[in-house]
Every structure is written in structure tokens, then in C-alpha cells.
Design a protein around this ligand. Structure first.
Ligand code: TLP
Length: 360
């Protein structure tokens, strides 16, 4: 019998739970572009309540959630200040610039996922006809490229207050805000207090098959809903997927603590291996980013070698690789993964297959 694959490429690989499939089969539906899908309406009401905001809109993906948020806050020629390692900046095809004419102004992302307040203040433009208009500050919580670091309440409050002091809106890419809330032991609405908008994913650690939700005040959501339609995100009987999203938000948040414990276990195991560097103390949530410090084996080689042992994970550029724990990964899978690393690192340069996907 071949053992099942241990898929650590992302928490996006999660498949719907039996409770989700059941809810999807039974969901009452209607045409959501008419506002008539009772299940979508329920999901949006629940999300708004959980995040302490007036309203919400259901979207197909985190990328669309961020895009319509930026476009609802900013017009052409306006500027969004964000981190140079932000998902919006690195991994969304520059959609808000390409489609909305919104100029991105990046500032250095600190290793803990925060942006320095000095850097933000220095990036805010004065009143001068040479400059775009600074309109929006965006942060990411948890921070993907910083190894899933959770930005604490004090930081979120202060960042939002800084934005507001200068007349900017404050957007949070909260694809994994649920993970941040669990790791910090605070409620999601507390983290969201100063945010004018947040985009939250249901199809990552929470295991829904599809969907994200954007929350904010009624006027912002009205604009975001218009933008959603413009980019083709107006879905019809979307209750069949929203039903899974409701299960995600009501039943799948607390268990994220298991993913976090598994990620820490993985980091501790990897830290014991020669040629891998990671500080396990920095692993707060489900993402483990580590460096491979070996002359004889590249991250692509390592990834290909692990694939031979049934373990999937991605190089993310330079010496770095990323593993993400999730609903389908058990403690035993983590131990098997660490063993596989040991075997591949011992085999070293013998591993030559380079056909590996990279986010580099
Ligand atoms: N992240 C994916 C890849 O795109 C890198 C992953 O595997 O982690 N914000 C953040 C912080 C994200 O990590 C992601 C997805 C998104 C937004 C976009 O979400 P989707 O994939 O639903 O468009």
C-alpha cells in the first residue's frame, strides 16, 4: 500500500469537510446578484458580525477581495502604501495598478511582518502636484512571506490610527486573520477594530473549497460590491459554496491551534537537521519558512527529493522553502516529513530532478 501524500505546499490545498459537503448539498439558494441568495446573505451577516463591521460581501478569492478593496478605496492616480513583501504587492499581478491605475508605494517589511511607522509616515505624500495622492495603508495579518507572523493588537491599532491621522484608509489583507486571532488568543473583531476594510479567506486554513469575504462599513461594501461585479465576481446561486464558508467560520477556527502546534513541531524537527536554519520560536501559526544552507543541494533539489518520499512543499526563492500545515496534516505526518528531510539531505547531490514549482 502506498502511503498518502503529505501536502505542505499551502493551506489552500485543503478539501471540504463532511459537514461542509452536507451543508452545500442542502443550502437554500437564489440569485445573489439580485441579493436573493439566503445562504450568501447569512454568510455575509455572520462575517460582518464576527469582524465587528456593518456589512460584508462574498467573493471567489482572496486576490479579488484585496483587489476590490483597493479599488473601492482608491481612484486612478491614488497611492496605496504597503510592504515590499505583501501578497498584494508580490503575488496579485499588480492587479490594482494594472486594472485600477492605483500606484503602489512599497516600504520595507520587517521580519515580524510589520511596517515601521517612520517608514509609513515618510511615504505619505505632501500636497504637491508632482505626487500621487496617498489614499490607503495596507498591512497583512498573518504575514505570509514572513513565515505566518501574527501582528499583535497594539500594532494593528497603532497602524490604523496612524493611517487615520493622515486621512488615509486602513485595509487589512486578513487572508489568515483567523490564524492570527487564534495564535494571539484574541477575537478577530479586536484585531479588526481600526480597519476600514478586511479581506478574509475561507479556503485556506478553514478548509472551505472556495471563497473569501470582504468586510467594512455599508458605504465601502456598496462600492466593493460594484467593483466585484465589474471584475466578474458577481456569482449567482453562490449559496452552494457560501454554505461551506459558514461551516468554515463557525466550526473550523478553533482547530487552527492544531495546525499551529504541528508547524512548531515541524520547525523544531527541521532545526535539528544539519543544513536547515530556522528559529522555531518565530513560528506562531501554520507557515514554516526556512533556509537551506548547503552547497551540494538546491531548494529545488530538496523539494524534488521530498516529492519522492511523498512530501510536497515549495521553494520560494533564494535559499528559502515554505511548508504550510493544514487540516489534512497530522502529528504523525510531521514526524514522517522530518524523517524524509533527513533521508534527502543525507542523499545530498544525488537528487537531480529540477522540475519544481517555485514562487521565487
Ligand atoms: N496565498 C497563496 C499563494 O498565492 C502564495 C498561498 O499559497 O499562500 N493574501 C494572502 C496573505 C495570501 O497568502 C493569499 C494566497 C492571498 C491573499 C490570495 O488568496 P487567493 O489564493 O484566494 O486568491
Amino acid at each position: 500500500m502506498t502511503s498518502p501524500t503529505i501536502d505542505l505546499r499551502s493551506d489552500t490545498v485543503t478539501r471540504p469537510t463532511p459537514a461542509m459537503l452536507d451543508a452545500m448539498a442542502k443550502a437554500p439558494v437564489g440569485d445573489d446578484v439580485y441579493g436573493e441568495d439566503p445562504t450568501v446573505n447569512r454568510l455575509e451577516g455572520l462575517a460582518a458580525e464576527m469582524l465587528g463591521k456593518e456589512a460584508a460581501v462574498f467573493v471567489p478569492s482572496g486576490t479579488m477581495g484585496n483587489l476590490i478593496s483597493v479599488l473601492a478605496h482608491c481612484g486612478r492616480g491614488d497611492e496605496v502604501i504597503l510592504g515590499d513583501l505583501a501578497h498584494i504587492y508580490l503575488y496579485e499581478q499588480g492587479g490594482s495598478a494594472a486594472l485600477g491605475g492605483v500606484h503602489p508605494r512599497s516600504v520595507p517589511t520587517q521580519p515580524d511582518g510589520t511596517l515601521r511607522f517612520d517608514d509609513i509616515e515618510n511615504a505619505i505624500r505632501g500636497d504637491n502636484e508632482h505626487f500621487p495622492i496617498s489614499r490607503l495603508l495596507a498591512v497583512e495579518n498573518t504575514h505570509n512571506r514572513c513565515g505566518g507572523r501574527a501582528l499583535p493588537v497594539e500594532y494593528m491599532d497603532a497602524a490604523g490610527q496612524l493611517a487615520h491621522k493622515h486621512g488615509l484608509k486602513f485595509h487589512v489583507d486578513g487572508a489568515r486573520l483567523w490564524n492570527a486571532a487564534v495564535a494571539l488568543n484574541v477575537s478577530p473583531d479586536r484585531l479588526a477594530k481600526e480597519a476600514d476594510s478586511l479581506s478574509l479567506c475561507l479556503s485556506k486554513g478553514l478548509a472551505a473549497p472556495v471563497g473569501s469575504v470582504v468586510v467594512g462599513d455599508k458605504e465601502f461594501i456598496r462600492k466593493a460590491r460594484r467593483m466585484r461585479k465589474a471584475v466578474g465576481g458577481g456569482m449567482r446561486q453562490a449559496g452552494v459554496i457560501a454554505a461551506a464558508g459558514i461551516v468554515a467560520m463557525t466550526e473550523m477556527v478553533e482547530r487552527l491551534a492544531d495546525d499551529h502546534a504541528n508547524a512548531r513541531r515541524l520547525a523544531e524537527g527541521l532545526n535539528r537537521l544539519d543544513g536547515i536554519s530556522i528559529d522555531p520560536e518565530t513560528v506562531q501559526t501554520d507557515i514554516v519558512i526556512f533556509d537551506l544552507d548547503r552547497e551540494d543541494i538546491t531548494p529545488a533539489n530538496l523539494s524534488a527529493g521530498l516529492r519522492g518520499h511523498g512530501v510536497l512543499l515549495n521553494p520560494i526563492g533564494g535559499k528559502r522553502l515554505r511548508a504550510v500545515t493544514n487540516y489534512h496534516i497530522s502529528e504523525a505526518d510531521i514526524d514522517r516529513t522530518i524523517q524524509a528531510f533527513g533521508a534527502v539531505l543525507e542523499a545530498g547531490a544525488q537528487v537531480t530532478d529540477k522540475k519544481v514549482f517555485t514562487y521565487g
